[in-house]
Design a protein around this ligand. Structure first.
Ligand SMILES: Nc1nc2c(ncn2[C@@H]2O[C@H](COP(=O)(O)OP(=O)(O)OP(=O)(O)O)[C@@H](O)[C@H]2O)c(=O)[nH]1
Ligand SMILES: [Mg+2]
Length: 273
């Protein structure tokens, strides 16, 4: 879990944001609505300074709606405009042009340039494509799809810069790391798939036991998360010739279904009251 949290990431992120900041009038800060705290760059305020910013709670379709509303209100109280979006379906996009107009003071040319930043896999490229109304930049269901930077004309007079996702480790925060892994911000091979799935099972068992029972047709949930993972493996027929359950494949199935929203809509970072 620790290997990919190296300080070089932080330095590169800072450099990338600083270099491009002078080219744009507005920054779209994308965070994952399922983990509004863990997916946020703790340094973002100091990095962006006085630059106009729009905070996007993306993947709102996968998060718990009352939690998303609470988060949107809490974050907006900080003075930054907040939008809740599903960039896949386009739900929530209706408000975006007005928010941009209200946020950005247009220069003499009337052209608006914006930069889209956020952790890997949060949906930066999907957001840009949705805005543009076409597949202008590549997207994919795993982190690390966007490599370089690319300008995309998304509307008359509006250009957005797509950037590669960057992780901003909260070095001491193991739980934030597990949440980033569970939601898909961290490359699969870079983390202990089983460790992440066991953590997720513990969280779901505690917070939404009914969702696990329904999805995997379990009458009761074993107290031990390892046994629970095996019960899921048995349900999915992931049993070897000797009768042993393939826990790794069970973990892969669980994480995939969780990320696709098949177990329900969850917010792993509860909004502070
Ligand atoms: N359910 C849901 N899925 C989304 C949403 N936005 C993006 N996705 C999916 O999330 C995955 C990642 O999307 P990308 O747009 O490639 O993410 P990115 O932030 O550009 O990722 P990198 O370029 O790797 O940093 C894809 O499978 C998208 O279909 C959303 O609002 N809701
Ligand atoms: Mg991308």
């Amino acid at each position: 879990m620790q290997a990919h949290w190296y300080p070089g990431h932080m330095a590169r992120t800072r450099r990338m944001i600083r270099e491009n900041l002078k080219l744009v009038q507005v920054v779209f800060e994308l965070i994952d609505a399922r983990i509004p705290r863990s997916s946020r760059n703790p340094e973002i305020d100091s990095l962006l300074g006085a630059k106009a910013r729009i905070l996007v709670l993306n993947k709102a379709d996968l998060a718990d709606p009352p939690q998303t509303r609470a988060w949107a209100a809490a974050l907006a109280a900080g003075g930054v405009p907040v939008v809740q979006l599903d960039s896949t379906s386009g739900r929530g996009f209706g408000k975006v042009p007005r928010i941009i107009r209200e946020t950005v003071k247009q220069g003499r040319t009337g052209k608006i340039r914006g930069m889209v930043v956020g952790i890997p896999n949060v949906g930066k490229s999907t957001f840009i494509n949705r805005f543009a109304g076409q597949r202008a930049v590549p997207v994919g269901a795993r982190p690390g799809i966007t490599r370089g930077k690319q300008w995309v004309r998304v509307a008359p007079g509006i250009e957005l810069l797509d950037t590669p996702g960057v992780l901003w480790p909260r070095l001491a925060d193991r739980e934030a790391g597990l949440k980033l892994a569970a939601t898909g911000a961290v490359k699969e091979e870079a983390v202990e798939t089983e460790e992440v799935s066991l953590w997720l099972l513990g969280w779901l068992k505690e917070n939404y036991p009914g969702a696990l029972k329904r999805r995997y047709r379990l009458i009761a949930l074993p107290a031990d998360t390892g046994m629970l993972l095996e019960a899921i493996g048995i349900r999915r027929g992931l049993v070897g010739p000797g009768g042993q359950v393939d826990r790794f494949r069970a973990a892969v199935v669980l994480l995939k279904e969780f990320r696709e929203g098949r177990l329900g809509r969850f917010t792993l970072d509860p909004c502070p009251k």
